[in-house]
Write a protein that binds this ligand. Structure first.
Ligand SMILES: O=C(O)C(=O)C[C@]1(C(=O)O)C=C[C@@H](O)C=C1
Length: 273
């Protein structure tokens, strides 16, 4: 009788005690998160100086692997360790994106690049170029980049699928289809569309930003068939930049970098591009 009567009492006591302990552990985790964020704050400027993208997939794989190994030694479910690390790495990426946004304008006001018109001002001159010429050039350049960089096996997954590219600030949109290992202009509608500004698409093509980061920061968006979109995203990430000829790589790199710096300068002067 006594035991039954006292059980809820004991359970309440145990629950209360455990919750005090959980609160302490949670406090410690927040303190550790603050420490992790301070280290991430040191990583961001180093990466900017080295011109390497925010996201480093290889490093992330190592971070997950270490966490999984430690979880295994402590008899924790590997999925729980994975979830925790995903949250922490996601937070670190967001932090670096925010820091980039707040520190860039501080450096930018003195840049003469603010005088360079943002891409949206090129809309008018571009609209004067006949659409057939614009399209032929775009398809040729993209086809060359894709064919030079990816092999037939890689490309077979998107063969005969209609993929759209929309350059949002230039109001340009192409729908492309891969046939016989080459891109061709396809009739609308696209099954999946990648949307981004001229600057972000060029940063992606010149590998100064990786697809993952751009999608994560919502600077690139995918609409339409999700599965096809994810396949395209994976292909974009695997585009081996070093197989492109130097004659393409160097100017592409310079243009993308100039546009990125000009955008930072425009943001600093309040004229976003
Ligand atoms: O090590 C880095 O480069 C970081 O930016 C930190 C971190 C992480 O949170 O561990 C975040 C993003 C990168 O993709 C890789 C790792």
């Amino acid at each position: 009788m006594i035991r039954i009567a006292s059980a809820p009492h004991v359970a309440r006591f145990a629950l209360h005690g455990a919750r005090i302990g959980i609160d302490r552990v949670d406090d410690a985790m927040i303190v550790l998160l603050a420490a992790r964020r301070r280290l991430v704050a040191a990583v961001a400027p180093a990466k900017r100086a080295l011109h390497v993208p925010v996201r480093d997939i290889v490093r992330e794989a190592q971070v997950h692997e270490r966490a999984r190994r430690l979880a295994g030694r402590l008899n924790l479910p590997p999925a729980s360790a994975d979830h925790l690390m995903q949250t922490l790495v996601g937070d670190a990426c967001q932090q670096q994106a925010n820091e980039g946004a707040t520190t860039e304008p501080e450096r930018a006001p003195r840049s003469p690049l603010r005088l360079l018109p943002p891409p949206r001002y090129w809309r008018l001159p571009l609209s004067l170029v006949p659409a057939s010429v614009r399209d032929a050039i775009a398809v040729r350049v993209l086809s060359r980049a894709v064919a030079d960089s990816l092999d037939a096996d890689d490309l077979s997954v998107v063969a005969h699928r209609r993929l759209g590219i929309e350059v949002t600030d230039l109001h340009l949109r192409w729908v492309l289809e891969l046939r016989d290992g080459r891109l061709h202009r396809a009739g609308e509608p696209a099954e999946a569309v990648v949307h981004g500004t001229a600057t972000d698409l060029l940063l992606l093509s010149s590998r100064q930003e990786d697809a993952d980061t751009l999608f994560f920061q919502r600077r690139l968006k995918l609409t339409g068939d999700v599965e096809l979109g994810l396949t395209v995203r994976n292909l974009l990430d695997r585009l081996p930049w070093d197989t492109l000829p130097l004659a393409v790589r160097i100017p592409l790199n310079r243009i993308a970098r100039t546009l990125r710096d000009a955008r930072a300068a425009h943001h600093a002067t309040g004229a976003a591009s």
